[in-house]
Design a protein around this ligand. Structure first.
Ligand code: FE2
Length: 244
Protein backbone atom coordinates (compact mmCIF):
# COMPACT_ATOMS: atom_id res chain seq x y z
CA UNK A 1 0.00 0.00 0.00
CA UNK A 2 1.37 3.36 -0.99
CA UNK A 3 0.94 6.46 1.08
CA UNK A 4 1.52 10.11 0.38
CA UNK A 5 4.42 11.55 2.28
CA UNK A 6 3.82 14.46 4.58
CA UNK A 7 5.40 16.84 2.05
CA UNK A 8 3.28 15.43 -0.80
CA UNK A 9 0.12 15.89 1.25
CA UNK A 10 1.18 19.43 2.10
CA UNK A 11 1.85 20.17 -1.58
CA UNK A 12 -1.62 18.87 -2.50
CA UNK A 13 -3.24 21.00 0.20
CA UNK A 14 -1.40 24.11 -1.00
CA UNK A 15 -1.80 23.68 -4.75
CA UNK A 16 -5.02 21.68 -5.08
CA UNK A 17 -3.29 19.09 -7.26
CA UNK A 18 -0.38 16.68 -7.00
CA UNK A 19 1.68 14.85 -9.61
CA UNK A 20 2.80 11.31 -8.77
CA UNK A 21 5.18 10.15 -11.51
CA UNK A 22 5.52 6.43 -12.19
CA UNK A 23 2.25 5.34 -10.57
CA UNK A 24 1.63 2.80 -13.34
CA UNK A 25 4.27 0.87 -15.24
CA UNK A 26 4.45 1.10 -19.04
CA UNK A 27 2.94 -2.42 -19.18
CA UNK A 28 -0.04 -1.36 -17.09
CA UNK A 29 -0.59 1.63 -19.41
CA UNK A 30 -0.39 -0.61 -22.48
CA UNK A 31 -2.91 -3.05 -21.01
CA UNK A 32 -5.34 -0.20 -20.37
CA UNK A 33 -4.82 1.22 -23.88
CA UNK A 34 -5.42 -2.23 -25.34
CA UNK A 35 -8.77 -2.47 -23.57
CA UNK A 36 -9.75 1.07 -24.65
CA UNK A 37 -8.86 0.09 -28.22
CA UNK A 38 -11.16 -2.92 -28.02
CA UNK A 39 -14.05 -0.83 -26.70
CA UNK A 40 -13.59 1.85 -29.36
CA UNK A 41 -13.35 -0.79 -32.10
CA UNK A 42 -16.73 -2.11 -31.02
CA UNK A 43 -18.16 1.39 -30.71
CA UNK A 44 -21.53 1.84 -32.33
CA UNK A 45 -22.86 5.35 -31.96
CA UNK A 46 -26.38 6.06 -33.17
CA UNK A 47 -26.43 9.00 -35.55
CA UNK A 48 -28.62 11.15 -33.32
CA UNK A 49 -26.21 10.55 -30.44
CA UNK A 50 -23.10 11.93 -32.13
CA UNK A 51 -22.66 14.32 -29.30
CA UNK A 52 -19.65 16.61 -29.03
CA UNK A 53 -18.25 17.33 -25.58
CA UNK A 54 -17.31 20.80 -24.44
CA UNK A 55 -17.49 22.58 -21.12
CA UNK A 56 -18.25 25.80 -22.95
CA UNK A 57 -21.65 26.55 -21.50
CA UNK A 58 -23.63 27.30 -24.61
CA UNK A 59 -22.29 24.49 -26.70
CA UNK A 60 -22.80 22.06 -23.90
CA UNK A 61 -26.43 22.97 -23.60
CA UNK A 62 -26.93 22.58 -27.31
CA UNK A 63 -24.90 19.47 -27.84
CA UNK A 64 -25.59 17.52 -24.68
CA UNK A 65 -28.73 18.82 -23.11
CA UNK A 66 -30.97 17.84 -25.99
CA UNK A 67 -30.23 14.15 -25.65
CA UNK A 68 -30.37 11.74 -22.76
CA UNK A 69 -27.28 10.04 -24.17
CA UNK A 70 -25.22 12.15 -21.82
CA UNK A 71 -27.55 12.16 -18.80
CA UNK A 72 -27.86 8.41 -18.76
CA UNK A 73 -24.14 7.77 -19.28
CA UNK A 74 -23.32 7.20 -15.59
CA UNK A 75 -23.65 3.43 -15.65
CA UNK A 76 -22.73 2.80 -19.30
CA UNK A 77 -19.84 3.31 -21.64
CA UNK A 78 -20.74 6.29 -23.77
CA UNK A 79 -18.69 8.16 -26.32
CA UNK A 80 -18.09 11.91 -26.46
CA UNK A 81 -16.25 13.51 -29.32
CA UNK A 82 -13.90 16.37 -30.06
CA UNK A 83 -15.21 19.29 -32.08
CA UNK A 84 -14.89 18.92 -35.82
CA UNK A 85 -15.07 15.12 -35.71
CA UNK A 86 -18.31 14.88 -37.71
CA UNK A 87 -19.54 16.52 -40.86
CA UNK A 88 -23.03 18.03 -40.84
CA UNK A 89 -24.51 14.63 -41.61
CA UNK A 90 -22.84 12.99 -38.61
CA UNK A 91 -20.21 11.09 -40.60
CA UNK A 92 -16.75 10.72 -39.09
CA UNK A 93 -14.21 13.16 -40.56
CA UNK A 94 -11.29 11.59 -38.67
CA UNK A 95 -10.57 7.94 -37.80
CA UNK A 96 -13.01 6.99 -35.01
CA UNK A 97 -10.20 5.79 -32.73
CA UNK A 98 -8.72 9.34 -32.81
CA UNK A 99 -12.05 11.04 -32.23
CA UNK A 100 -12.80 10.41 -28.59
CA UNK A 101 -12.74 13.45 -26.36
CA UNK A 102 -12.42 12.10 -22.86
CA UNK A 103 -9.42 10.17 -23.81
CA UNK A 104 -8.71 15.77 -24.96
CA UNK A 105 -9.47 19.28 -24.72
CA UNK A 106 -11.45 20.82 -21.86
CA UNK A 107 -11.83 24.54 -21.20
CA UNK A 108 -11.12 25.95 -17.68
CA UNK A 109 -13.41 24.44 -15.07
CA UNK A 110 -13.75 23.05 -11.57
CA UNK A 111 -14.88 19.44 -11.32
CA UNK A 112 -17.23 20.41 -8.48
CA UNK A 113 -19.27 22.44 -11.01
CA UNK A 114 -20.38 19.10 -12.37
CA UNK A 115 -19.97 16.87 -9.31
CA UNK A 116 -21.40 18.98 -6.53
CA UNK A 117 -21.44 17.90 -2.92
CA UNK A 118 -22.38 19.38 0.42
CA UNK A 119 -20.11 20.16 2.02
CA UNK A 120 -17.72 20.98 -0.82
CA UNK A 121 -14.23 19.49 -0.88
CA UNK A 122 -15.30 15.85 -0.87
CA UNK A 123 -14.57 15.00 -4.50
CA UNK A 124 -11.12 13.99 -5.69
CA UNK A 125 -10.19 13.52 -9.34
CA UNK A 126 -7.71 10.84 -10.38
CA UNK A 127 -6.09 11.32 -13.80
CA UNK A 128 -3.59 8.79 -15.10
CA UNK A 129 -1.54 9.47 -18.25
CA UNK A 130 -1.51 6.39 -20.48
CA UNK A 131 0.90 8.20 -22.81
CA UNK A 132 3.33 11.07 -22.24
CA UNK A 133 1.27 14.25 -21.81
CA UNK A 134 3.16 17.24 -23.22
CA UNK A 135 2.63 20.93 -23.99
CA UNK A 136 1.97 19.91 -27.58
CA UNK A 137 -0.54 17.11 -27.11
CA UNK A 138 -2.80 18.49 -24.39
CA UNK A 139 -1.29 18.08 -20.92
CA UNK A 140 -3.26 19.41 -17.94
CA UNK A 141 -2.87 23.01 -16.74
CA UNK A 142 -3.77 24.18 -13.22
CA UNK A 143 -4.15 27.44 -11.32
CA UNK A 144 -2.29 26.46 -8.13
CA UNK A 145 -4.18 27.36 -4.99
CA UNK A 146 -7.48 28.03 -6.80
CA UNK A 147 -9.28 25.33 -4.80
CA UNK A 148 -10.15 27.38 -1.73
CA UNK A 149 -12.69 29.90 -3.02
CA UNK A 150 -15.74 27.68 -3.51
CA UNK A 151 -17.38 26.85 -6.80
CA UNK A 152 -18.31 29.52 -9.34
CA UNK A 153 -21.07 27.72 -11.21
CA UNK A 154 -23.03 24.51 -11.18
CA UNK A 155 -24.44 22.35 -13.89
CA UNK A 156 -27.85 21.11 -12.78
CA UNK A 157 -30.36 18.68 -14.20
CA UNK A 158 -33.58 20.06 -15.53
CA UNK A 159 -36.85 18.32 -14.54
CA UNK A 160 -37.07 14.93 -16.26
CA UNK A 161 -38.20 15.09 -19.86
CA UNK A 162 -37.51 18.78 -20.36
CA UNK A 163 -35.07 20.13 -22.91
CA UNK A 164 -32.33 21.05 -22.57
CA UNK A 165 -31.62 18.38 -19.97
CA UNK A 166 -29.13 20.49 -18.04
CA UNK A 167 -28.52 24.15 -17.31
CA UNK A 168 -25.96 26.23 -15.45
CA UNK A 169 -26.43 28.20 -12.25
CA UNK A 170 -23.86 31.00 -12.26
CA UNK A 171 -21.13 31.45 -14.85
CA UNK A 172 -17.52 30.46 -15.20
CA UNK A 173 -15.54 33.66 -14.61
CA UNK A 174 -12.94 34.72 -17.15
CA UNK A 175 -9.64 33.28 -15.95
CA UNK A 176 -6.28 35.02 -16.26
CA UNK A 177 -4.46 32.72 -18.64
CA UNK A 178 -1.09 33.65 -17.14
CA UNK A 179 -2.09 31.99 -13.85
CA UNK A 180 -2.25 28.53 -15.40
CA UNK A 181 0.76 26.29 -14.86
CA UNK A 182 1.31 23.41 -17.31
CA UNK A 183 1.89 19.95 -15.86
CA UNK A 184 3.49 17.80 -18.53
CA UNK A 185 3.96 14.25 -17.22
CA UNK A 186 5.32 10.96 -18.44
CA UNK A 187 3.28 7.89 -19.23
CA UNK A 188 2.09 6.22 -16.02
CA UNK A 189 1.97 9.41 -13.96
CA UNK A 190 -1.07 9.97 -11.75
CA UNK A 191 -2.37 13.46 -11.02
CA UNK A 192 -4.62 14.00 -7.99
CA UNK A 193 -7.12 16.81 -8.64
CA UNK A 194 -8.97 18.61 -5.84
CA UNK A 195 -12.65 19.04 -6.73
CA UNK A 196 -12.45 22.85 -6.67
CA UNK A 197 -9.09 23.48 -8.32
CA UNK A 198 -9.35 25.31 -11.67
CA UNK A 199 -7.83 23.31 -14.50
CA UNK A 200 -7.97 22.85 -18.25
CA UNK A 201 -6.28 21.14 -21.14
CA UNK A 202 -5.53 22.58 -24.55
CA UNK A 203 -6.60 21.07 -27.82
CA UNK A 204 -4.20 18.50 -29.14
CA UNK A 205 -2.81 19.91 -32.38
CA UNK A 206 0.14 17.49 -32.47
CA UNK A 207 0.42 14.18 -34.32
CA UNK A 208 0.56 12.33 -30.99
CA UNK A 209 -2.39 11.04 -29.07
CA UNK A 210 -2.65 11.75 -25.35
CA UNK A 211 -4.75 9.07 -23.82
CA UNK A 212 -5.59 9.30 -20.14
CA UNK A 213 -7.76 7.33 -17.76
CA UNK A 214 -9.71 9.41 -15.31
CA UNK A 215 -12.29 8.91 -12.59
CA UNK A 216 -13.46 10.56 -9.39
CA UNK A 217 -13.63 9.50 -5.76
CA UNK A 218 -15.94 10.95 -3.14
CA UNK A 219 -15.61 10.84 0.62
CA UNK A 220 -19.14 9.59 1.21
CA UNK A 221 -19.28 9.75 5.00
CA UNK A 222 -21.26 12.80 6.02
CA UNK A 223 -21.53 13.99 2.40
CA UNK A 224 -24.65 14.78 0.39
CA UNK A 225 -24.28 14.01 -3.32
CA UNK A 226 -26.43 16.67 -4.96
CA UNK A 227 -29.62 15.23 -6.49
CA UNK A 228 -29.21 18.02 -9.10
CA UNK A 229 -25.95 16.58 -10.46
CA UNK A 230 -26.12 15.22 -14.00
CA UNK A 231 -24.52 12.00 -12.81
CA UNK A 232 -26.71 9.92 -10.55
CA UNK A 233 -26.14 6.45 -9.17
CA UNK A 234 -28.60 3.89 -10.49
CA UNK A 235 -29.95 0.58 -9.20
CA UNK A 236 -27.87 -1.21 -11.86
CA UNK A 237 -24.71 0.69 -11.02
CA UNK A 238 -24.67 2.34 -7.61
CA UNK A 239 -21.53 4.27 -6.69
CA UNK A 240 -19.00 1.60 -5.76
CA UNK A 241 -17.75 1.83 -2.18
CA UNK A 242 -13.95 1.81 -2.01
CA UNK A 243 -14.06 0.81 1.62
CA UNK A 244 -16.79 0.59 4.23
FE1 FE2 B 1 -11.76 18.20 -14.72
Amino acid sequence: MAYLSRSQLQKFQEDGFLVLEGFWSADECVAMQWRIGEIVAEMDVPLHCRTEFSTQEEEQLRAQGSTDYFLSSGDKIRFFFEKGVFDEKGNFLVPPEKSINKIGHVSPHQDASFLYTEPLGRVLGVWIALEDATLENGCLWFIPGSHTGGVSRRMVRAPAGSAPGTSFLGTEPARDNSLFVPTPVRRGALILIHGEVVHKSEQNFSDYSRQAYTFHLMEAAGTVWSPDNWLQPTAELPFTPLYT
